[in-house]
Design a protein around this ligand. Structure first.
Ligand code: KG4
Ligand code: ZN
Length: 322
């Protein structure tokens, strides 16, 4: 079954063809990020206008790359929610119209579960070890930081989530107060590698007894440190980046491992934009080995918003529809 996926939940316009929920034939992603950078964050009105301008071309390119015609597609899939309402509306309207015109089935997919599904995708000819379910799933993105007990892709139980900022949002806000630009995640990730130190420590709320997260405290701690120390000779943005990242990564890793232990599960799936973080990947690999837990990350290109994860998850939803 060949599924054309469409993802327009935020600033990325993406289309992809995936076969049988596994093999990625194409995954085209176009972003309006540059149009938002000067504002230091995503402007919903601009994002939805750009979605409208880009969607036709992106879908056409995804079909061309997959060397398929629209008639050769079996099902259309689209991100239903969550996301920016105007951006979502473009994808959903486009997909509904396409499915109606072609007389094909339409599957509407949850964006967050799809981020976890990215671990089950492979590119043609690529190496692949398929995760086994049940598993614990951690979704860390600009909009979400959530832990799930993934029994299967129809049955994901929310164990905990952020009570304030999402992890990616905290990265973006800290980068903004440090005057580093948007999006903050990749910039801080890069700077942290050159700022290794033990002198600065930013505490991150633990919220014991829960699988919830809170990142607003660590963000405020960075702000206070900045105000107090920016005139000092010792002041270093790289060292702040390292200390901030250490705190955020530690809490994400340890809570996820604790969830695996509590549910007696040996598989951990990570997804979302922050899953691209090099320190997070390293620490999960190390702690996973120590605890004998198999930790899975999507390839970097499938961590950020993409339509392959939508088309992939839609295959399983389609199968259950019969
Ligand atoms: O999943 P995504 O593309 O969009 C949402 O669904 O939100 O995630 C975007 C988020 C941004 O907040 C960005 O700063 C963060 O992912 N991000 C990273 C890295 N690359 C992207 N955060 C930390 N380290 C990275 N390398
Ligand atoms: Zn996302």
């Amino acid at each position: 079954m060949r599924i054309l996926g469409i993802e327009t939940s935020c600033d990325e316009t993406s289309a992809s063809v995936v076969e049988d929920g596994r093999e990625v034939f194409s995954n085209v992603v176009s972003s309006s990020l540059k149009d938002h950078q000067k504002y230091g964050g995503i402007i919903p009105e601009i994002a939805s206008r750009r979605q409208l301008e880009l969607i036709h071309t992106v879908v056409r390119e995804a079909l061309e790359e997959a060397q398929l015609k629209l008639e050769e597609i079996d099902v259309i899939a689209v991100t239903k929610s969550p996301g920016l309402i105007g951006s979502l509306l473009v994808g959903v309207s486009f997909a509904r119209a396409l499915a109606f015109a072609l007389k094909k089935s339409l599957i509407e997919v949850d964006h967050i579960k799809a981020h976890l599904y990215a671990n089950f995708l492979r590119f043609k000819g690529g190496e692949f070890q398929e995760p086994t379910l049940p598993a614990i799933g951690l979704v860390v993105s600009g909009g979400h930081s959530s832990l799930f007990h993934v029994k299967n892709f129809h049955h994901c139980i929310l164990l905990g989530q952020t009570r304030d900022d999402a992890a990616g949002e905290a990265y973006d806000k800290v980068a903004r107060v440090l005057g580093l630009g948007y999006p903050g995640g990749p910039i801080l990730d890069r700077l942290a590698k050159e700022g290794v130190n033990k002198q600065i420590h930013f505490p991150c709320a633990d919220l014991p007894g829960t699988f919830d997260f809170s990142f607003s405290g660590v963000k405020t701690a960075v702000l206070y440190h900045l105000k107090k120390n920016k005139a000092s000779d010792e002041f270093s943005v790289k060292r702040i980046a390292y200390a901030f990242q250490e705190s955020v990564v530690s809490i994400l890793v340890e809570k996820s491992i604790a969830a695996c232990k509590k549910k007696k599960l040996k598989t951990l799936l990570i997804g979302g934009g922050v899953a691209a973080n090099s320190a997070l990947r390293q620490k999960f690999e190390w702690r996973g080995r120590e605890e004998e837990i198999n930790v899975f990350f999507p390839p970097l290109s499938l961590c950020m918003d993409n339509a392959a994860m939508i088309a992939g998850l839609a295959f399983h939803l389609m199968k259950s529809k019969g």
